[in-house]
Structures are given as C-alpha cells and as structure tokens.
Design a protein around this ligand. Structure first.
Ligand code: GDP
Length: 296
C-alpha cells in the first residue's frame, strides 16, 4: 500500500549525483516526502513539524557520501533522527528500593492494561526471579478483579484475595501491607479504566498514587488509537507523574506512528511494547524497529 520512502527519495535525489553536499532546496524537497510518510504513519502533526525541522537541520550541508546514493543518505539521517526522538536509551523498570517496589498501571478500559499487568508480572518472575504480587483496584467493571485472578493462575503469579465492597484506596493499602508482610519484591496495582477520561477515574487514580507512592506509574495505551493516544497521555500525565508508557497491540500497528507522537509529546520513555494476546507477548521497546516501520 505504501511506497518505500527510500524509493521515493531516490527520485528526488537522482539529479543530485556528483554534487559535493546536500543542499537546502533538495533536502527540503526530500523532507516533503518524509512528512507524507510520517503523516501516513499517523504521527501527530506538531510532532511531524518538529521532526522535519530537526532532520532538515541535520541533513543540510552534509557531504554526499560516495558509497551511498543521496536518497539513501537522507533515509539514514531520517532514520537516525527517528531513533533518537523515539528514545535510544533502554529504560528499565526502577525496582531498586526497599521491597516491595510498586508499579501502578493506568490507562483506559480496553487498552490492554490488565493483560499487560500480568505480562509484566510474568516477565519479572521469569527473567529476574522476582516474587510478584498483583492486585486489581477495578471495582467498577464487573469481573475485573476475577480477570486478574485468572491471569494470576495462568502465570503462576500471586494475586491479592478479593474482598467484595472494598474501595480502591483501601485495596491498595491492603495490597501494600500484604506485600510487605509476605516478602514480595514487586507489587503491581492494576487500576480501573473507563472508556473515556473522566473526573472520577482521574480522582481515584490520583488518590491511589498518593497513598501508594509508586516507583513506576506506567500508562498503557493502545497503539492502534493513533492520534487519540496522545490526548489520553496528556490527560493522564497532567494528573499523575507518569514514569513510562507501554504501547499495546504493536503486533497490529502497521506504521508505529503512535510511538513517535507519544514519546515526543509526553517526553516519557516507552518502556514496553505489547505484541500479542499471549502472556509472553511483551517486548522491551525497540526504537530501531519502530523507526524502520515508520519509514516503511
Ligand atoms: P483493559 O480493559 O485495559 O484491562 O484491557 P485487557 O487487558 O482486558 O485487554 C483487552 C483485550 O486486548 C484482550 O482481549 C487482550 O487479550 C487484548 N490485548 C492486550 N494487549 C494486546 C497486545 O499487545 N496485542 C494484541 N493483539 N491484543 C492485546
């Protein structure tokens, strides 16, 4: 469906062969193609603008390398700039505190929050040998707490016993006490989601963050929601101190534009990518791979 950006740029730069440096007019013409590629990848417009300006600045005046075509050279410059903007640094979870380290999961309903909670728990247990406790604070959606308990059974990760009628802040307190008394290394709090950002959700989330003082507050966002994802991130970020983002359904996201927008607009690192429904379908976020997808 999409032309490869490198092919498109090839045409723009054909006539440039043999010249010494990438000049501004040619680079600007090439950047028009880059702009289209980013918009097709569903990157938010302000982010596209910022990115194109940065990449133009980097490209103009660079000497044309003998080994590659000017088109390939610009693709490399753009690719490197994308990787940089996506966050080249690996961002591990901050668990270096007196146990239990607390990870609070937030996001809209249907974003994949509960599944991701179980995926992270499974990963910490299997790869780092951590003793993990999960607790669902979702008292609004019927069966949400049971859903997490089922995932706990599947992943062989402990879940906090359900006490009917208890409110989220009290469940959080009970979970913290249980984790401390029973020697858990990590406590994952799966908070309630709603279909839309609303006042009650935000108030409740803030109250839980205040009482639990988590080391990590991870926002779970569906990468397929594209530009809406950015508004969600802004809204959540205004109310709690997010430490990172998990992008789910990266297995279905053809172009990866949400990742670039989220990173640029929130300034928060993308820590993980969900790549399927299975409970081991969670990867450390890989900026190179996503840059490759965006460029097509
Ligand atoms: P929540 O309402 O945010 O807690 O969402 P759930 O965790 O219940 O997930 C909603 C649906 O999305 C479930 O069917 C999950 O299996 C699915 N899901 C979650 N993460 C991913 C992912 O990375 N890829 C795919 N393909 N599906 C996912």
């Amino acid at each position: 469906m999409f032309d490869k950006l490198s092919d498109r740029l090839g045409g723009v730069f054909d006539r440039l062969r043999g010249r010494g440096a990438l000049n501004e007019a040619d680079v600007r013409e090439a950047m028009r193609e880059v702009r289209v590629a980013l918009l097709e990848a569903d990157v938010a417009l302000p982010v596209v603008r910022e990115f194109v300006d940065k990449a133009t600045e980097k490209a103009v005046g660079q000497s044309v390398l003998k080994s590659v075509t000017p088109g390939q050279q610009v693709v490399k410059i753009v690719n490197d700039a994308l990787v940089e903007m996506l966050g080249a640094e690996q961002s591990d979870l901050n668990l270096a505190v007196a146990p239990p380290a607390i990870i609070m999961m937030v996001g809209l309903q249907g974003s994949g929050k509960t599944t991701t909670t179980a995926k992270i728990a499974k990963m910490l247990k299997a790869k780092q040998g951590k003793k993990v406790l999960m607790a669902s604070l979702d008292v609004n959606r019927p069966a949400a707490q049971e859903q997490l308990a089922t995932l706990g059974t599947q992943t062989e990760v402990a879940t906090l016993p359900i006490v009917q009628g208890q409110q989220p802040v009290d469940i959080a307190k009970r979970a913290m006490q249980a984790a401390k008394l029973q020697g858990f290394d990590v406590l994952l709090l799966d908070t309630a989601g709603r279909l839309h950002v609303d006042q009650q959700l935000m108030d409740e989330m803030q109250a839980v963050a205040k009482v639990s003082a988590p080391q990590e507050i991870l926002l779970v966002v569906d990468s397929l929601t594209g530009q809406d994802a950015v508004n969600v991130a802004k809204n959540f970020g205004e109310r709690v101190d997010l430490t990172g983002i998990v992008l789910t359904r990266m297995d279905g996201d053809a172009r990866g534009g949400a990742a670039l927008s989220m990173r640029a607009i929130t300034g928060k690192p993308i820590k993980f990518a969900g790549v399927g429904e299975k409970l081991d379908a969670l990867e450390a976020f890989n900026p190179e791979r996503v840059a490759g997808r965006i460029l097509g």
